[in-house]
Write a protein that binds this ligand. Structure first.
Ligand SMILES: [Fe+2]
Ligand SMILES: [Fe+2]
Length: 360
């Protein structure tokens, strides 16, 4: 039964509302010459169960958009009972991810084992127009459902990132999560917290501490600059500034988390850098859009240099190194955005000047 969630007018459903559990008997016509299930036959059953769960969540017809992960864990024998458990794991605006677990059960021995897992994406469609239509929000209830939702959110983002990098939708320098992802961040679970740096020498720890404190302070400055540059008008510049601020907040979160995971504290000097951010942010906003963009390009270029230097300056663990590279890539994306807007602004200015001189 669809209910209304408390903070929006969008109807919501729980994963249990649409869960589909079904079973069938593996017959010889669904098997390969070795007497075990033919992958294509299992995939068809998975698609069927998953699409029924998606239909129940959407309350109408759906189409399969992707079946991008299907993992065959163990073979299913002819005569086994095959159980499928399909649960909506994530719902975007018009699309849903469904997680399917397939178990096989030998009816003589009564043994049950996980045979296959799969993740499928469906889009709800309007039966009249055939166009995508909104689906209810998904509200996980149990710790297991919440964990599944967070894991699905990461997969949804990864798929969108992949599509963008293949040039399918929006330019690569647009770093917002995309229309299909709700503005929610996955929670950091207690089991995701990793105590780091045990194997480091005292000298190595010092280097990591210095680098993390610098990056944390600089990200605090960047967040402050963008926060103060955002105006109240619904312009393209303000849209980009809000997205950049949000992206810088994720960088700040990354470094703050790692500082504590290594057992360090943020630098007291960060307050000085926050002050510098206030001066840059308010100063450039007062000076106008051109100076906002120029400040952005200059500060972000410095950030890219810092990242390159600090990547070399400390004995990072692989996970930290990947995070630094990803954040550095984000800063390069910001530079491209500000350069694009500056170029557009200059082109508009030139054409205005031309119009004025033509008119006079
Ligand atoms: Fe940043
Ligand atoms: Fe940045």
């Amino acid at each position: 039964m669809a209910e209304f969630s408390d903070n929006t007018n969008r109807p919501s459903k729980t994963p249990a509302d649409s869960r589909v559990q079904t079973r069938f008997l593996l017959m010889p016509n669904q098997a390969n010459p070795f007497g075990t299930a033919f992958g294509g036959a299992v995939a068809a059953e998975i698609d069927m169960a998953a699409s029924m769960a998606a239909q129940r969540h959407a309350g109408g017809p759906v189409v399969t958009a992707a079946m991008d992960t299907i993992q065959f864990e163990r073979p299913i024998q002819i005569g086994d009972q095959v159980m499928l458990d399909a649960v909506v794991s994530y719902a975007g605006r018009t699309s849903m991810e469904v997680a399917v677990e397939v178990y096989c059960e030998n009816p003589q021995q009564g043994r049950r084992a996980l045979a296959t897992t799969a993740y499928l994406t469906f889009v709800a469609v309007d039966p009249q127009t055939g166009k995508p239509r909104p689906v209810p929000a998904l509200v996980p209830q149990t710790p297991e459902e919440r964990k599944r939702y967070d894991e699905a959110f990461v997969r949804v983002q990864a798929r969108q990132h992949l599509r963008r990098s293949q040039g399918e939708s929006r330019p690569a320098d647009e770093r917002s999560a995309g229309a299909e992802v709700e503005v929610l961040r996955p929670l950091l679970w207690r089991q995701d917290v990793v105590f780091r740096g045990e194997q480091l020498s005292p000298e190595g720890r010092k280097k990591i501490a210095r680098a993390l404190r610098t990056l944390h302070s600089l990200e605090l400055m960047a967040t402050t600059i963008y926060r103060l540059q955002i105006g109240s008008e619904p312009t393209e510049l303000n849209r980009e500034l809000i997205a950049a601020m949000c992206n810088e907040l994720t960088h700040l979160q990354d470094f703050q988390t790692q500082l504590y995971e290594y057992g360090f504290r943020p630098s007291p000097l960060r307050l000085f850098w926050q002050g510098v951010g206030v001066v840059f942010g308010l100063g450039s906003r007062w000076a106008g859009a051109r100076w906002i963009l120029k400040t952005g390009i200059w500060v972000e270029s410095k950030a890219v240099e810092h990242y390159s230097r600090l990547l070399e300056a400390a004995p990072w663990e692989e996970a930290s190194r990947r995070m630094l590279r990803k954040n550095q890539e984000d800063e390069q994306g910001h530079i491209r955005t500000w350069q694009r807007l500056l170029k557009e602004m200059e082109t508009q200015k030139k054409s205005r000047r031309k119009d004025d001189s033509d008119g006079s």
